[in-house]
Write a protein that binds this ligand. Sequence first.
Ligand code: FAD
Length: 470
Amino acid sequence: KRALCWVRRDLRLHDHFALSEALKNADETIVAFIFDELILEKLHNKNDPRVSIIMDSLREMETQLQKYSSSLIVRFGNPVEEIPKLIAEYKIDGLFFNRDYEPYAKKRDSEIEQILLAQKKAVYTFKDHVFFEKNEILNGSGEIYKVFTPYKNKWLETFRAQEEFIPEYKCNLKKLYPIKNSKNIIDHDWLHEIAFLETPCVLTGGSKEALKRLNTFREFIENYKEARDVPALEQTSNLSSYIRMGNLSVRDMIRLAVEKRNSGYETWLSEIIWRDFYQVILDAYPRVDKHCFRPEYDNIKWLGSKKDFQAWCDGQTGYPLVDAAMRCLNTTGMMHNRLRMVVASFLTKTLLIDWRLGERYFAEKLLDYDMAANNGGWQWSASTGVDAQPYFRIFNPYNQSEKFDPEGIYIRQWCPELSRFSNKTIHSPHDTEIFEQVEAKCFVGKDYPAPIVGYKQQRDRALAMYKAVK
Ligand code: FAD
């Protein structure tokens, strides 16, 4: 029997459920990746650095597969057509892949399954991307949890009931199908063919780098609970882009999270459980992609302006921490979690702009963009989501700045024009006397923008805007 393992957002050859099962059950296995033209068409930027992360990952896989005299099959097109073509071309008996919970992927996969079943081919799908799927963590009435804390408690209870067993899906690559003359992705210029350019990216993709980072994070995890909220410390794992591409498995992460019992480890595990939670929500309620989880909030009349949205995107709002975070995103494709909360709250509750615009902007820019986590994060911040913060909790951007960047280290890094302000004045330079601006060599309104809106007035408007639909 011959199997095809189709890799998608799981670009690795270790601890891979679908690949492990294909190798175990078939005599020969072929591994394939398809550049999905429908996904690529949606990317506005033909220099998207995320394509470089994918290329790094594919090259790494290709090198490993070659060691076993095989190769990675890479195609470009619509998978609904390409997969059946591969099945015919290589005389495949069964297709193996890991489940994806995004609405587009579910539709695509089910179409492929129908086509193959009609041809009497076998299709096997696996839970790999999350630790627990939606039907595994249910409340007493057999329903999906809509509040995180009880979900997390049940998740932990279920995990403990299985004695914290974390499966490891070993891949015996000796059973790969030998391929000699495949299109070699290292030599062949795929990206030109699909009109993409490979651009430098702040991250190197691939499992080797991902596992190295996971290992390095061991040095920081003990203090994660205290340090994770301070962007300048850079003490979170920075693994999100790797888990997004599947360069490492969620089980790789959980194995580290349970190595010791201390608050750092437990808090980190809790973040990974948030990830599962949002995947479950997207799987169970695909409408959240376009709509507020709480339908009443779809009636909000957002009062913000296009001009303010542009200033937010450009990091030119006159609110230093917000601007620093947005400039960092625009330059690197990364943003610290605390700052994602700050800028999302600022966009929705200070600039009064629809969360969907911010969500789309993040989707274009974030290297770790993941529909479930991004949507969950935005709807949490905008108070429109499942287990979101109440609408009247509005982050004060000045307080957030003083609390989480007390010495202005992060602000100075991304807004260098503010670097000479003192630790006290850097959070609200517009409040300084003119002589202080002379000393700082930065005039507010000229070298750095004055605040585009006043926080206090906007706070009152936000409360009224939300209350109107309650
Ligand atoms: P760590 O703090 O080391 O956490 C470990 C892992 O847990 C992360 O890699 C991630 O996989 C997961 N995780 C952590 N926090 C969350 C969370 N709140 N929700 C879901 N998973 C989490 N995360 C993404 O992966 N992709 C996104 O597109 C995304 N968009 C977001 C948008 C907003 C508005 C907000 C508030 C949060 C968003 N997050 C997103 C969650 C979080 O900000 C990132 O996962 C985190 O900053 C990644 O950094 P890290 O790998 O160092 O995380």
